[in-house]
Design a protein around this ligand. Structure first.
Ligand code: ADP
Ligand code: MG
Length: 334
């Protein structure tokens, strides 16, 4: 349906999109997941023909976005990050205007607008001025505009940003319903959102594709390595050596445990290796009491943070700060 090949976008010497390639198939919901500044909006703006790429090609249903822009754009409905709403129009006026822009035939126009308003549940608001609508309703009007004309592909840039939890759930349900008739691509910097809604996730960091898979498979990837956290009393280096002899152990960190007379030991282990009993016997043989032992599954969230440099793509002070914070949560250096 959509084929993106080697897409590059440079702003001066800053590379916002860095050799992105992927394919979008019909009838699924795709999620672009990445921290702020990762290049999601830039990619969406290129796919929809709003801005030109520096290098690379985008083809939509076989139509190149640069060579056949009209045909390619006809296949796409787009809700940009800032919805292009006219605040002094009523909902109905605005949708009529949008329908004209999309060259929807006059005889179908009114019926289609009514259908779309029903779909996103704004019929009650049709005579209100857009400036008097809440953020949630404005977002629905933007969504209605994207769906008008029933394009094959609907592209939504951070559709739930700024909404309250109830509105978020409603918009998510709406998006899930779109899948029946459309291919959907949405972007988000929130992992839980993407895994709740999407069939397939593309994780983007610094303009590069760093992972792409189903949420299930990404979770399995996360489950592929498990952590074991211990508090052990004994001699530090000897604890480290004994634990390193256990098959399946990948990494060991030993730090002094807060509020305890012992060591906080973190072990990462290979997929499906359950080393808890061995750890117990090894420590018991050497009279090193285990005060605490806890298995920790590596979450999808941690994978996401790892793949995207701690979830921060901006190299400014705030990124440094959040990295330090993450570090502290991990409880010490590797
Ligand atoms: P995202 O949508 O993932 O938050 P964007 O695609 O908006 O990321 O931005 C990617 C990078 O490109 C950012 O570093 C941003 O500052 C930069 N960028 C985006 N648009 C422009 C522009 N018009 N001029 C210069 N830099 C830009
Ligand atoms: Mg964006």
């Amino acid at each position: 349906m959509i084929e993106v090949k080697n897409l590059v976008k440079r702003y001066g010497d800053h590379t916002a999109v860095d050799h992105l390639s992927f394919q979008i198939e019909k009838g699924k919901i795709y999620g672009f997941l990445g921290p702020n500044g990762a290049g999601k909006s830039t990619t969406m703006n290129i796919i929809t023909g709003y801005i030109a790429s520096t290098e690379g090609t985008v083809s939509i249903d076989g139509h190149d976005i640069l060579e056949e822009p009209e045909k390619a754009k006809k296949c796409i409905g787009y809700l940009p990050e800032q919805p292009p709403l006219y605040f002094d129009m009523t909902v109905l006026e605005y949708l009529k205007f949008a329908a004209d822009l999309k060259k929807i035939p006059k005889d179908k126009k009114n019926e289609m607008i009514q259908e779309v308003m029903d779909t996103v549940k704004i019929t009650d608001m049709k005579n209100r001025l857009i400036k008097n609508l809440s953020k949630g309703y404005r977002q629905r009007v933007g969504l209605a505009q994207a769906i008008l004309g029933y394009p094959d592909v609907i592209i939504l840039d951070e559709p739930t940003v700024g909404l309250d939890p109830k509105q978020i759930i409603e918009i998510r349900d709406l998006i899930k319903n779109l899948k029946k008739k459309h291919t959907v691509i949405l972007s988000s910097h929130i992992l839980s959102e993407v895994s709740a809604v999407c069939d397939y996730v593309l994780i983007i960091s610094h303009g590069k594709l760093v992972a792409s898979d189903t949420p299930d498979n990404l979770s399995k990837l996360a489950a592929g390595s498990n952590n074991l956290s211990l508090i052990v009393k004994g001699e530090k280096e000897s604890i480290r050596r004994l634990l390193s002899e256990i098959p399946g152990v990948k990494t060991i960190t030993v730090n002094s445990a807060e509020n305890e007379n012992g060591w906080r030991v973190k072990l990462s282990t290979e997929e499906s290796a359950d080393i808890r009993e061995e750890v117990f016997y090894k420590m018991a043989e050497n009279h090193y009491p285990i005060l605490e032992m806890q298995s920790e599954k590596v979450s999808l969230e941690e994978i996401f943070l790892e793949l995207t440099d701690g979830g921060n793509d901006k190299k400014d002070d705030s990124s440094q700060k959040s990295k330090t914070e993450n570090h502290e949560e991990e409880g010490g250096e590797q």
